[in-house]
Design a binder for this molecule. Sequence first.
Ligand code: HEM
Length: 488
Amino acid sequence: MTVQDETSGPMTTEAGAPVADNQNSQTAGVGGPVLVQDQHLLEKLAHFNRERIPERIVHARGAGAYGKFTVTADVTKYTRAKFLSEVGKETEVFLRFSTVAGNLGAADAVRDPRGFALKFYTEEGNYDLVGNNTPVFFIKDAIKFPDFIHTQKRDPYTGSQEPDNVWDFWGLSPESTHQVTWLHGDRGIPASYRHMDGFGSHTFQWTNEAGEVFWVKYHFKTDQGIKNLTAQEAEVLAGKDPDSHQRDLREAIERGEYPTWTAYVQIMPAEEAANYRFNPFDLTKVWPHADYPLIEFGKLELNRNPRNIFAEVEQSIFSPHHFVPGIGPSPDKMLQGRLFAYGDAHRYRVGINADLLPVNEPKAARARTYGRDGFMYDGRHGGAKNYEPNSFGGPAETGRAPWAPVTVSGTTEDHPAASHAEDDDFVQAGNLYRLMSEDEKQRLIDNLAGSIAGVSRDDIAQRAIENFRKADPDYGKRLEAAVQALRG
Ligand code: HEM
């Protein structure tokens, strides 16, 4: 990207003509009304009015940085993705961290999942892994996402986030119990973006050269160590330094303290999916490491700050449908919904040519598409033919599917997800609770009770508590007592 030199030469209009006066608008006589012929004034006011684009409907608040991904182990028997083809191979990346519910100007130090959206600029196009700092999610079907997010955002009447809405939805969606436990535990408020892990969360498909299929889950473990804030520490920090995470990331990189993460993958051979004890495509569940151990395969380093946050962070786009050959989707119903939602959001938020912006365009590959024109098209294809097939040597299809087909059977209707022997909304939430030390349990109960105590209706509070009781009777009992104590 060429960065304009803003330090010398005369100031100009947007058309490049010198500006004589940037302090006083032109008037009809001294003290008279302002003239339409002062085009510099009109241009300045009009440009200012159009400085904002729609903020992301979720994950509006975030910060980003560039860096590199280095392959540290041979995974070619699992995937033919070229950027993973050799130990030592480096790929440029851009990572945008975020919180979920807050608006663009929201404070960073809040209890909320953190986004971990990673763009690999590979030689076969951009690969986006649009994950979170949590291995699971609140729901398992995209059809529930808009309802869920409405409960996290501002109430249409009060204009604030309302505990009634939050706990009503969670109580009526028992599949959220695992993630809600995670969120109210110690890792619910990371101390910074550098001190937390990242997860692809969904199950994805890897395919090797021979066409063999593997289901995989990604884990990026922070090398800085996990550091969290208590609810009280976060409250103070959010007030004193609302930009705490953004500042921490930028300043660490400016100091040359480049944050790194070690990348791991869990790998399930395709034939094991059908009879695994729970649905391996259910986003509310983790795969126990005892069944599918973590296999290290790479190192992620962030080492360069963006020069312009609007251009490179606000206008950056990440999509779960940006795959490269050798990596593809799984039948996870949430992931399938996301394959639509992001491209659609980008067309609305940034425009049809969002992919042409420097942060979004492929860096190690060239986009050779027949997509043309539209708002802000820069004419990069010149006079090249804009149809395919053509007889002029234009880009042609490869004929090789980027990922492997999946066999399906059955009827087309509103099915629940495929059922497996141990599908259950509470087992893993209970396991997580039982894994905690006594101190951790106490903090979890305090955090949950503090939030549930704000609910105005008993039936909503009781239904929510019931889910935790089903996860573990002790969990439910202690939570109920703590809520009662707070409500008096
Ligand atoms: C951002 C939809 C679930 C992680 C977004 C955006 C939309 C969206 C529309 C804004 C995109 C933009 O304007 O650029 C959905 C839907 C979901 C879903 C419909 C469920 C079906 C998830 C899950 C994760 C996730 C499960 C993580 C595992 C993110 C992240 C961003 C984001 C990290 C911010 C990306 C960035 O930094 O630009 N989501 N989302 N989302 N979502 Fe989701």
